[in-house]
Design a binder for this molecule. Structure first.
Ligand SMILES: [Fe+2]
Length: 436
């Protein structure tokens, strides 16, 4: 194995120069969320089956899938990587250490390693993206923003991957509440690379947070020919569009988007599809819409993951799917999984203890019609909910659940205080004025 460098000066351990070119192509596909990612990665591993960074990337992808079996596969590849220890570059070693910490769910340590790695190697796009994922899973917009701000000065605008970096920065700014700068960087990212669904998504979030529903629909629809070619992440952009329609009272369009896009590839086991679906159906129901038998397919999906302990944010959506499809036994099983998880001294275990267990209990209480108990549990954890990860727009569902439970419970003072808060935070939202 040789020590080779790419065009940005990053060192790789690889069998020959073509491995570096093939790796760069895989990275472009990964950053672009393209559907040719797995075939390209397979091609790279066929070319160089011991290239450490190819194996590191493969392990990250399995871990990102966030299912029990995929994590087990990730751990096996990491085991193989651990035997390569001393023969690889410092950057590669740092990736392996970050990966190990993540696999043990000691993600704070993983994040610290990525901070150090990126200080030394700010043009490592894989490290930038994985660190960004971990900040997202922590619900930490400021760390997302700052991680990108530290590397940004090193990226020339004419670098083929620069648009991806700007798009991540825009999203970090948005999740930190700096909408003005987020929009400036987000639009620049889209100008540089309109096919980057993540950059389009960053600007979509700004419009969601600012209640710019008409503009949001026009933005997403206008760029659809570009972003709709990406992997299942495209369904998340249809989900965002559905939220804008929901705010305009166009529930039929939201349901059509659910039927024609969001729910059409559940067999892919891409957990964001389940989260999009459960979140949209629950929101529609909050507005009094009969969603028919649509929960059944989401219930089937959830039943495959009742014991997973990967991401509490996702498991809460499994619970919503199980309980709404009428499968009380599966709902009880997910709840037990979350309760057991909360005893673990791990990153996600702590998120369960601080918020996940209470949210799960509240979902069950709402389903049983015990609204006051749901209010108690959600009020207890509401300022820790960020820690379960996801975006502000996604976690807004739990704010809506609290508002809904308070309005249907016996404590009218609490309901009216929450109503006032909602009107201040989301003045353009239907939920600010109408009963849900
Ligand atoms: Fe989003």
């Amino acid at each position: 194995m040789e020590r080779l460098s790419n065009k940005d000066g990053l060192e790789f351990s690889a069998s020959a120069p073509p491995s570096i070119d093939a790796y760069e192509e895989v990275i472009k596909s990964y950053l672009g969320m393209r559907r040719d990612l797995m075939p390209k990665l397979k091609g790279l591993l066929k070319l160089d089956d011991s290239m450490p960074m190819a194996l590191v990337l493969q392990t990250y992808l399995y871990k990102l899938a966030a299912t029990g079996p995929a994590s087990a596969t990730a751990a096996k590849i990491a085991q193989r990587l651990s035997t390569m220890g001393g023969d690889v570059s410092q950057r590669e070693q740092m990736h392996m250490a970050a990966l190990d910490a993540w696999l043990q769910d000691q993600t704070q340590h993983s994040i610290e390693i990525f901070d150090d790695l990126l200080a030394k190697y700010p043009m490592d796009p894989l490290a930038i993206r994985i660190a960004d994922h971990l900040h997202f899973y922590s619900g930490n917009g400021r760390r997302m923003r700052d991680s990108l701000a530290r590397v940004l000065p090193h990226w020339p605008k004419d670098h083929p991957n620069c648009g991806f970096v700007l798009g991540m920065y825009a999203f970090g700014l948005e999740e930190s509440g700096d909408y003005e700068n987020a929009e400036r960087w987000g639009r620049e990212a889209v100008d540089l690379n309109p096919a980057d669904a993540w950059s389009v998504h960053a600007v979509t979030h700004i419009m969601e947070m600012q209640g710019r529903h008409d503009e949001g629909i026009a933005w997403v629809k206008g760029l659809e020919p570009s972003w709709s070619t990406v992997n299942n992440f495209r369904f998340h952009l249809y989900w965002h569009r559905a939220l804008f329609h929901l705010e305009r009272g166009e529930t039929e369009i939201a349901l059509s988007l659910y039927d024609e896009q969001i729910s059409t590839d559940l067999d892919a086991d891409f957990n964001l599809d389940l989260c999009n679906g459960a979140s949209l159906l629950w929101r529609l129901q909050l507005y009094g819409v009969d969603v028919g038998d649509r929960w059944a397919a989401l219930g089937d999906y959830a039943r495959r993951h009742l014991d997973d302990q990967e991401l509490i944010f996702v498991s809460l959506h499994y619970l919503m799917a199980a309980i709404s499809s009428g499968d009380a036994a599966s709902a009880a099983q997910v709840t037990r999984t979350i309760e057991g998880w909360s005893d673990k001294d791990t990153w996600q275990g702590r998120a369960c203890a601080e918020a996940g267990v209470d949210i799960a209990a509240a979902v069950c209480f709402i389903n049983d019609g015990d609204y006051d108990a749901a209010v108690t549990r959600l009020r207890k954890c509401r300022y820790a909910i960020e820690g379960i990860g996801g975006s502000h727009a996604q976690r807004d569902l739990f704010e809506l659940l609290l508002l809904h439970a308070a309005r249907h419970g016996g404590e009218k003072d609490i309901a009216s205080s929450l109503q006032a808060q909602r009107a201040a935070v989301k003045p353009n939202s239907r939920s600010a004025s109408m009963l849900i």
